[in-house]
Design a protein around this ligand. Structure first.
Ligand code: ADP
Length: 321
C-alpha cells in the first residue's frame, strides 16, 4: 500500500482457474491425421478461462464504477517462469485484476492453448497444460484466506478437481459464495454441485451433466429446473437466446439482444465474469443474468476473449505476433 494513499477496497471476487497463453493458427482447413500444414497467419494472445473470466469480471466492475466503488477481482492461478508469464500476467493487470495471488512456478512453462481455426470458422483446441495445472490445492486455500471480505469465489474446469475443491473449501471458510462454470465439461460430484450458487453451464454442458445425472428432458428451461435439484442454483446460457436460471422452484429467462456477431468465442467467459461482478454487488440471480447477457452481447461483437472488454484500449494489448 502506498504511503498516504487511500486504503484499497477488499477484493470482492476471486477467480480460481487457468491462466494460459493462446496460440491462434489460421488455416484453410483443419489438418487431417498425419498432415502437416503451414498456418496462413498466427498470433499469440492472453487466454485461459480463468483469466478471461477475471478480466470480464474486473471490467464489468469498471463499467459500472459508481455502483461498485471498490469492487475488485483477484486471479488465483499459476504461470511459469518463462517470458509468456510476463505477457499474460501483464494483460490481467492492465484489465485491473489483482495478480498478487498468481503464483510464478519457476521450473514450469506457462500453459499454452493451441487454437486452430479453419476458413469456415471451425476450430480445434489443444492445451499444453503445465503451470496452470501445477497449482497446489493448499496454495489456493491459503490465497483465498489472504483475501478478507470476499463475496464470490469463481472456478472453472480447466484446473484439476482438487483445485476446484480447494476453491469451494476456501469460499466456505471466507463466507463467500461459490460460482462454478463447468467448462470444459467433466463429470462433477454431488458435493461440488450442492455448493454451486450458481452452477453455470452452456446448453451442451447442461445436456452432458443431465445425462451423467440420469435426468430426463431436453429443453434448456426444463433441464435447468431439473439440475436445480442438485445445486443451490443453476444458470444455463443459450447463445443468441440469452440465459435461463433456476433456484428451487423459481425460474427466469433473460433474452439476449439482437446484435451483429463477429466472434462468439469469448461470450461464455464474458457472461460468467459479469454475472459474478453483479452477484458480488448483491444483485439477485435475474439481475446477475441480465448483466451476463449484456456482457455476452458486447463480447460477440469483437474478436478475441480478453480484447472484448469495454474499458481497455486494444492498442495496450500485449501481442507477440
Ligand atoms: P458458450 O460461449 O460458453 O458456449 P453461449 O454460447 O451460451 O456460451 O454464450 C454465452 C452468452 O453470450 C449467452 O448467454 C448470451 O447472453 C451471449 N451470446 C452468445 N451468443 C450470442 C449472440 N449470437 N447474440 C447475442 N448474445 C449472445
Amino acid at each position: 500500500m502506498s504511503a498516504g494513499g487511500p486504503t484499497p477496497a477488499p477484493v470482492a471476487v476471486a477467480v480460481v482457474g487457468s491462466v494460459h497463453q493462446d496460440l491462434h493458427l489460421r488455416v484453410d482447413e483443419l489438418p487431417r491425421p498425419g498432415e502437416t500444414l503451414m498456418a496462413r497467419e498466427w498470433e499469440r494472445s492472453p487466454g485461459g478461462k480463468g483469466a478471461n473470466q477475471a478480466v470480464a469480471c474486473a471490467t464489468a466492475n469498471q463499467a459500472v464504477a459508481c455502483a461498485t466503488a471498490g469492487a475488485r477481482t483477484a486471479m488465483v492461478g499459476a504461470v511459469g517462469g518463462d517470458a509468456a508469464a510476463e505477457t499474460v500476467v501483464q494483460a490481467l493487470e492492465v484489465a485491473g485484476v489483482d495478480v498478487a495471488t498468481v503464483e510464478r512456478l519457476s521450473g514450469r512453462a506457462t500453459s499454452t492453448a493451441v487454437v486452430t481455426v479453419s476458413a469456415d470458422g471451425t476450430n480445434s483446441i489443444v492445451v499444453a497444460a503445465d503451470a496452470s495445472v501445477a497449482l497446489a490445492a493448499g496454495a489456493v486455500e491459503a490465497a483465498l484466506g489472504r483475501l478478507p471480505g470476499l463475496a464470490v469465489v469463481l472456478s472453472q474446469a480447466e484446473v484439476p478437481e482438487e483445485v476446484v475443491r480447494a476453491a469451494v473449501t476456501g469460499a466456505a471458510a471466507a463466507g463467500a459464495r461459490t460460482v462454478h462454470n463447468l467448462a470444459p465439461y467433466r463429470p462433477a460430484d454431488a458435493a461440488l454441485l450442492a455448493r454451486c450458487d450458481p452452477l453455470v453451464v452452456n446448453e451442451v454442458e447442461a445436456a452432458a451433466l443431465a445425462r451423467d445425472l440420469g435426468l430426463a428432458g431436453s429443453e434448456p428451461e426444463e433441464l435447468a429446473g431439473r439440475l436445480a435439484a442438485s445445486c443451490a442454483s443453476v444458470v444455463v446460457t443459450l447463445g443468441a437466446r440469452g440465459a435461463v436460471w433456476a433456484r428451487g422452484r423459481e425460474r427466469g429467462h433473460v433474452p439476449a439482444p439482437e446484435v451483429p456477431v463477429v466472434d462468439t468465442s469469448g461470450a461464455g467467459d464474458a457472461f460468467v465474469g459479469a454475472l459474478c461482478a453483479s452477484l458480488a454487488r448483491g444483485d439477485g440471480l435475474d439481475d446477475a443474468c441480465a448483466a451476463g447477457v449484456a456482457a455476452g452481447a458486447r463480447a460477440v461483437q469483437h474478436r478475441g476473449a480478453q480484447a472484448a472488454r469495454p474499458s481497455v484500449d486494444a492498442s495496450s494489448e500485449p501481442s507477440l505476433a
